[in-house]
Each structure stands twice: as C-alpha cells, then as structure tokens.
Design a protein around this ligand. Structure first.
Ligand code: NAP
Length: 241
C-alpha cells in the first residue's frame, strides 16, 4: 500500500463494461487517483469505490454530490454506456427495419444517458482543475466516414452524442478554460457489445479492452485544453465529423 493520498478523482460510468473495467483496473493502481465506478450492478473492483445507480437524475445527482462533498477535484471522467443490440434489438440493415421503440431505447442509452451523467457532474467539471472528460462514442457516428450505411439507430445515437458533447465543450470553455472534452472511438474491442459482430473484423483488428483503455488513458493524459471537442480514435487520430 502506498502512503500517497489521492489528489483527484477519476469517475467511470457504466462500470460493468469491458472497456470500463480495464480502465478502472489501470487507474486503481495510480495512488494519485480516487477511483469511483458507477454501474447498474454490484461489481467488485479492487482499489475502486463502486456505486450502484439506476441512472435516474436523482441517483446521479446524489452520487455527484457525495463525491463533490469530499472536496476532491475531478481530473478524469469517462462515460462508457452504450448498447448496440440485445435479445430483441438488432442493428438495422435497411430503412424498413427502423422501429420507434428500438430507436428510442438506443438513443436513450447511447446519447441521453451519457449527457445526463455529465450534467450531474457539471458543477464539479466547471470547478475542477484540468478535468479531462471523455465519452465512448464510435467511428460509425461520423457522417463523413459513413461508407457502408446500416445501423441507423446506433449511428444516429453516436452522432447525437457527438453533437451534444460539442455543445458541452462550448459551454464549459466559458467557465473552465482548463477543461477538455473528448469523444473517443475505442476501435473494435472484444466485449459483449461487439461479440455478435466480430466475424467480419479483419485479423489483428479486434483489440483487447486493456489495449483500448490504455490508449484512452494516454490520450487523456496528453490532451490539452483548447476549448474544442476532440473526436479521436484509439490511435489518437482525429475522425471527421
Ligand atoms: N466494443 C466495441 O467494439 C466498441 C466499438 C465502438 C464503440 N464502442 C462503445 O464503447 C462503449 C463501451 O463498450 P464495451 O465494448 O465496453 O461494451 P460492454 O462491455 O457491453 O459495456 C457496455 C456498458 O454500457 C452500459 N449499458 C448497457 N446497457 C445499458 C442500459 N440498458 N442502460 C444503461 N447502461 C447500459 C453498461 O453499464 P452498467 O455497468 O451500468 O451495466 C456497460 O457498462 C459503448 O458506448 C460502445 O458503444 C464499443
């Protein structure tokens, strides 16, 4: 055990996910960080404080208030929540596959939930020294990069998330010039989200959660506050909007 007292907080939302767990495991070894992991489920993570939430506004606000009351600065926040498919939802292949219920579910989890989480922590983001805030987006949310079509709702949800993060980046630079917002494409990562779609992934292009989390940590550590939203992939390359 190190005697070093944590100097800042790192918050991970969507903590049961593969990328989130890899991120938490890495940050938990950093004695300068107090790591908080929010999830719908009870999870055990050595070196991190896990907090169960139903992601209601009231629950998120309570957690953010608890963390703020420690007086600690928020240096890192990563929101990882995302859904591509489940037993009843399949990504659309054609426009006729669109369903209002599925669209609303995907939008709510992939676009609105991350922004509600950021809203709950907004006061801390505004007040903290050099906060680095990332949400897990995806390259398929890029209009410029869309060459294959399909996956209407998932693509739209990530594009909507990117737009709302752009608004947040503009808003935060008025009150905290040291803040930096990033929308991150982790690559195709071996997780339950990608599992049903891994067959078409080229050899060597399916990353481990560990690799993608390490890349994100480096990107966050190197990010400079320039008042702009960055849309970056795992290699740190900018993705066209
Ligand atoms: N894996 C890839 O290839 C890939 C590629 C591009 C982008 N991404 C993005 O990266 C992020 C993390 O993906 P992952 O691969 O780590 O996926 P994962 O292991 O399936 O984790 C998904 C996370 O989303 C949350 N989530 C799922 N359904 C939810 C629901 N109904 N309500 C609230 N939260 C829900 C879960 O949070 P709880 O802990 O609260 O359950 C879980 O932690 C996602 O946003 C995904 O879109 C992944």
């Amino acid at each position: 055990m190190s005697d070093t007292k944590p100097v800042s907080a790192a918050v991970i939302v969507g903590g049961s996910g593969a990328i989130a767990q890899a991120l938490a495991a890495k940050w938990a070894t950093d004695p300068a960080l107090s790591v908080y992991v929010l999830s719908r489920s009870e999870i055990e993570l050595s070196g991190a404080r896990t907090m169960v939430t139903d992601y209601s506004d009231s629950s998120l606000a309570r957690i953010a208030t608890d963390i703020a009351s420690t007086g600690i600065s928020l240096s890192r926040m990563v929101v990882t929540n995302g859904m591509l498919s489940n037993d009843s939802v399949r990504p659309e292949r054609k426009v006729g596959d669109l369903s209002a219920d599925n669209f609303e579910a995907i939008m709510s989890i992939n676009a609105l939930l991350p922004m509600r989480a950021i809203a709950a922590f907004w006061a801390l983001i505004r007040q903290s020294e050099m906060p680095r805030i990332a949400v897990l987006s995806a390259r398929v949310g890029s209009l410029g990069d869309n060459k294959l079509g399909g996956w209407y709702s998932y693509r739209a949800s990530k594009a909507a998330l990117n737009m709302m993060m752009k608004c947040a980046a503009i808003e935060v630079r008025r009150s905290n010039k040291q803040a930096k917002m990033i929308v991150y494409h982790p690559g195709t990562v071996d997780s339950s989200l990608s599992k049903p779609f891994q067959r078409s992934v080229p050899e060597g292009k399916l990353f481990t959660p560990d690799f993608s989390a390490a890349q994100l940590i480096d990107i966050l550590n190197q990010a400079e506050a320039d008042g702009e939203l960055a849309y970056l992939d795992w290699a740190g390359e900018t993705i066209p909007w």
